[in-house]
Design a protein around this ligand. Structure first.
Ligand code: FAD
Length: 497
């Protein structure tokens, strides 16, 4: 297919139908006079929940299909389906600190302050139908974890709203075990609008840029290639996908592009740089037979969920009033692998929420179906800040595990605590919280690594904005879905103002 019906112009094309893409497509198509085309590489399973694969709906586990790569390192996992990573994630919603917003406002201006973002946080939370964890969804372990946090004197906080350090439960976009993804929340009504087209199984290859303006976007579909044209191009392919599209389009670090066989069009050194994700290390414990029995009962009743308790805690390196750690006591089936029936994994995970280490996304080739070179560079910062914060978090995890409520359910594992391991061994234990950001970072006009401004406009190219997690220059001290939803709501409002 070359020039087809899709190729006729739209006012706006949204490139990537994940969390941010669903918000933008829904909000911009509210005006019947604006034609919007939403392009997603994965499948659209439509408006009826019964037509969606059971694994994507089941909020009790993290599915490992409908992803870009199967059987890959955990930090590479990202969804490939309409609704994006909201279809495969833990359904947790938490919010960051004032300090996060101060960082963003320095890069992107006053739209990004905590006060200015608040209406968009509220709008996103309402649209996603976020709700507290119902009593019956707590396991014996998560109830004990809440008691343990109280016993150590942590204050109770609302996890999905502005506040300070403390313990609590996230808000969920899951009801009775069903994951209500962003496609349900944002596209259910929008789908019927004649001015919204959804193109699924359509992979964005590259943008054509001439004279500093985008002239079209090449998309690969089952039937062949097509070119879409629009007045405004909104890139929403996520922290890995959005820099990849820019790089294939010749927008990025010129030397690197030439090495990947792409003709440089615009030298923007920040594209693909600054990859920031939250690493974590697990303190394993040995569940007592009593805990295993209670978890097995819960599982048999269909009520064993991924753990829903956490403490946001401040290490000695953290600014006053903020937090730089999530301490998550977990017990249930392992995220990876399997245990014999009736046996479960228990422990306390420690996540570094404000890492200083920075990785990168690079092309392996100019082929849009080829894998990407993704290096999160966990715990690599030169001054050792990230390792120090992590060790301080692991000490807190040990203290939590030693409280009466938790130690009566799980005993310390044999061998040294991860905190005592040499640096290299500790690095070998690192997993991810799956909250990558930063690869098309917004920044001030004098920042040579800025890719976009505070409204997502790509520097040096007119008609093109990036509107997803990739523009956040620093990761918030939060799970990123609610911050990304609020960001997309805010950018949609800026576009339509
Ligand atoms: C396993 C996992 C668990 C997580 N758990 C949580 C959690 O519990 N709570 C939380 O707050 N956050 C969680 N997150 C993070 C959260 O899901 C992300 O922050 C959020 O989805 C980011 O939104 P986005 O729109 O930037 O990207 P995504 O939602 O990933 O959307 C990007 C979309 O673009 C599409 N795309 C990419 N490249 C192309 C291309 N070339 N052409 C066409 N389409 C393309 C993708 O297929 C995808 O649909 C988790 C993430 C993962 C992967």
């Amino acid at each position: 297919m070359t020039d087809t019906a899709h190729a006729t112009g739209h006012d706006v094309v949204v490139l990537g139908g994940g969390v941010a893409g669903c918000v933008l497509a829904a909000r911009l198509s509210e005006d019947p006079g604006r034609s919007v085309c939403l392009v997603e590489a994965g499948r659209d399973y439509g408006p009826r929940r019964q037509d969606w694969p059971a694994k994507l709906l089941d909020a009790r586990a993290l599915p490992r299909d409908h992803v870009w790569e199967r059987h890959t390192a955990a930090h590479r996992i990202r969804a490939r389906v309409l609704g994006g990573s909201s279809c495969v994630n833990g359904c947790w919603h938490t919010w960051g600190s004032e300090a996060d917003h101060a960082e963003w406002a320095r890069a992107g201006g006053p739209r990004w302050t905590a006060a200015a973002m608040e209406p968009f946080r509220e709008r996103a939370a309402a649209r996603m139908g976020l709700r507290p964890v119902p009593e019956h969804e707590h396991s014996a372990w998560s109830e004990a974890a809440l008691a343990a946090a109280r016993s150590l004197g942590h204050p109770e906080v609302d996890m999905a709203a502005p506040g300070g350090p403390g313990y609590g439960t996230p808000l969920l976009n899951a009801v009775d075990g069903v994951r209500a993804n962003a496609a349900f929340a944002y596209l259910e009504q929008a789908r019927t609008r004649p001015n919204l087209t959804i193109l699924d199984r359509a992979t964005v290859d590259r943008l054509t840029v001439r004279g500093g303006r985008v002239h079209g976007v090449d998309v690969v579909m089952d039937q062949g290639r097509t070119t879409l044209r629009a007045d405004t191009y909104l890139l929403a392919s996520g922290t890995f996908g959005s820099p990849a599209v820019l790089l294939r389009s010749g927008i990025g670090p010129a030397d690197d592009l030439a090495r990947s066989g792409v003709r440089p069009v615009l030298d923007l050194p920040g594209v693909g740089a600054n990859l920031t994700d939250q690493p974590g290390v697990f303190l394993p414990l040995r569940p007592t037979p009593g805990l295993n029995a209670r978890l097995a009962e819960k599982e048999a009743a269909g009520d064993l969920y991924v753990t829903r308790t956490l403490i946001r805690a401040a290490s000695p390196y953290c600014p006053e009033g903020a937090w730089d750690l999530h301490i998550n006591p977990v017990a249930g089936p392992p995220l990876f692998g399997a245990l014999p029936p009736g046996q479960y994994e228990a422990g306390v995970a420690t996540f570094l929420m404000k890492p200083r280490s920075r990785g990168q996304v690079r092309l392996r080739s100019a082929d849009p179906t080829a894998g990407l070179d993704l290096d999160p560079a966990f715990l690599s910062d030169e001054d050792g800040h990230d390792l120090a914060v992590l060790r301080s978090g692991l000490r807190m995890a040990e203290e939590l595990a030693a409280t009466v409520p938790l130690k009566s359910l799980a005993a310390p594992a044999e061998g040294p605590s991860p905190r005592e391991l040499p640096d290299q061994e500790l690095r070998g234990r690192v997993g991810t919280y799956w909250h990558p950001v930063g690869t098309c970072a917004m920044g001030a006009p004098d920042d040579p690594y800025a890719v976009v401004d505070g409204e997502g406009r790509v520097r040096g190219v007119s008609g093109l904005r990036v509107v997803d997690a990739s523009i956040l220059p620093t990761v918030p001290a939060a799970n990123t879905q609610l911050p990304v939803l609020a960001t997309a709501e805010m950018l949609a409002a800026a576009l339509t103002a």
